[in-house]
Design a protein around this ligand. Structure first.
Ligand code: ADP
Length: 476
């Protein structure tokens, strides 16, 4: 008869990498081979969600279910390291990822036109019926945009193109802004919205606010989607005991919950808890996989506690990085500039006195949207469909600022900017040139600045982005 101890030794020494999870997918134990494949300690693996851990590393590993114990709900998984052939396959996938990223960008541009034009139409006086139709177009465009953004992010992840920033930001105003943004939607659904901020968390921290916001928004959107009554609660707290300290976020809801035996499916790409979810609530099943990837890349972990019919609590942490040289006392108060402080009033005036913007953009819809937004903010706008026409207009009527798309036919943004700088010669007042670009890699930014441009705006450009950049570069 084999003793339990002997069984354990056998499990530990197996040549295959094995992982045991509970029904919810939380790792209970793993053998030595697994730890050496993953280069992690066994204690670091315990209680982590198997898909939240492995989906972000799917280029390196695959897992398959080996057996399932019906009494205990325990599941045994085999972990396989991808061989050269599979890695080649995953490289092929990553080139598909690049294609997807390019394709999705092509979809995003006209979508931006639909969203922007609908917003403009909603500002007009229209009949109640037309307003209702426009509201539906706006809502549908928003949900389509979310799907497109998820696919774009996912393909960026697959092709290894998703990079994280490390920039200083004010944590408390960042959280307040997210809460302010979601408040109306939660209240419209008749739910109670609670926010428990932790005062122990220093304000000036370093990280990637765009991506942290994306995780929180994703979890909040799900909470909204799957909660019909009760509440949604957001909490933050600090665990100073760990090194580095951990910044925890909790997003809890009193919604439909997730059955225990389905929780192991979460965080895996393209999965939803049951197929009726797609029909009823929409979605791609990518949101949580992206959240898992992002938290992992930031050095954190995401997991969930949920019971069917009782609600869910998603929790994630990221390591806390403080701004250098900032003592906690110095950290009170924030230096964030509220969006409202971007005042369009500074540049209003009679048409002749208004500052002139020269906009070079080949996409007519983007052109129209930007022109409307800038005219509303009190600017006079000249347009050009490409760099060549832009240069002609620049020479005949010197503008106060130039906004140019990078990817234009005939003469692209880089060449156009260099030509403008050549025409200006040693001018004491060079015109500010702002690039509008979908290229967001650090090397793209570097190239933009090297071509003589002062700044850049990422696509899709919003009216607020435009106002901010114009206010920054034009003083009157
Ligand atoms: P999707 O974009 O389809 O919502 P996610 O990856 O964000 O994809 O979520 C996957 C699935 O997890 C959802 O379809 C849903 O079944 C389940 N789920 C996620 N969050 C919640 C929640 N707060 N309450 C109940 N079920 C949830």
């Amino acid at each position: 008869m084999t003793s339990i101890g002997q069984m354990k030794v056998l499990f530990e020494k197996m040549r295959e990498a094995l992982i045991v999870t509970d029904e919810a997918g939380l790792i209970q134990t793993a053998n030595e081979k697994t730890c050496s494949f993953l280069e992690m300690e066994k204690s670091d693996l315990r209680e982590r969600h198997i898909h939240a851990l492995l989906t972000p590393r799917q280029g390196e590993f695959s897992i398959e279910e080996v057996s399932r114990e019906s009494d205990t709900g325990l599941i045994m998984w085999r972990l396989k390291q991808k061989g050269a052939g599979l890695r080649r396959e995953s490289r092929r996938n990553s080139s598909e990822g690049t294609v997807m990223a390019a394709l999705t960008h092509e979809i995003r541009t006209p979508m931006n036109g639909i969203v922007g034009m609908t917003d403009l139409a909603l500002e007009e006086e229209v009949s109640p019926v037309l307003r209702e139709y426009l509201d539906v177009i706006r809502l549908s465009a928003d949900s389509l945009m979310r799907v497109i953004n998820d696919i774009l992010d996912y393909s960026k992840i697959e092709s290894g193109k998703l990079t994280l920033e490390q920039i200083p930001f004010s944590f408390h105003s960042f959280m307040d802004e997210i809460i302010r943004m979601f408040s109306p939607q939660v209240k419209t659904k008749g739910l109670e919205f609670r926010y428990n901020p932790s005062t122990e968390i220093p304000d000036r921290i370093i990280g990637d606010p765009v991506r942290i916001r994306q995780i929180i928004q994703n979890l909040l959107n799900n909470a909204l989607k799957f909660t019909r009554e009760g509440h949604i609660e957001v909490s933050t707290c600090l665990d100073p005991e760990t090194n580095p300290p951990r910044l925890y976020f909790y997003i809890a809801d009193s919604g439909i919950g997730i059955p225990l035996n389905k929780q192991h499916l979460l965080f895996k790409s393209f999965t939803q808890v049951d197929s009726s979810t797609t029909r009823k609530y929409g979605g791609t099943g990518l949101g949580l996989a992206i959240c898992a990837y992002l938290t992992n890349s930031m050095g954190g972990v995401i997991d969930v506690k949920s019971r069917a019919g009782k609600g869910s609590t998603f929790r994630f942490y990221i390591p806390l990085v403080l701004q250098k040289g900032d003592s906690p006392e110095e950290q009170s108060g924030t230096s964030e500039i509220p969006e409202e402080s971007v005042s369009p009033g500074t540049c209003a005036g009679s048409a002749e006195n208004r500052p002139v913007v020269l906009l070079m953009e080949d996409n007519r819809i983007n052109q129209l949207l930007a022109v409307r937004a800038m005219e509303k903010a009190g600017y006079r706008v000249e347009t050009a469909d490409d760099g060549l026409e832009g240069i002609r207009k620049f020479e005949t009527n010197r503008p106060d600022i130039v906004l140019l798309d990078i990817q234009m036919p005939n003469m692209d943004g880089y060449e156009t900017a260099r030509e403008i700088r050549r025409l200006e010669g040693e001018s004491k007042n060079p015109v500010p040139i702002i690039a509008i670009t979908a290229l967001a890699m650090p090397e793209d930014r570097e190239r933009i600045l090297q071509s003589g441009m002062n700044d850049f705006l990422g696509k899709p450009v919003t009216p607020i982005d435009l106002k901010k950049v114009l206010n920054k570069y034009i003083s009157n």
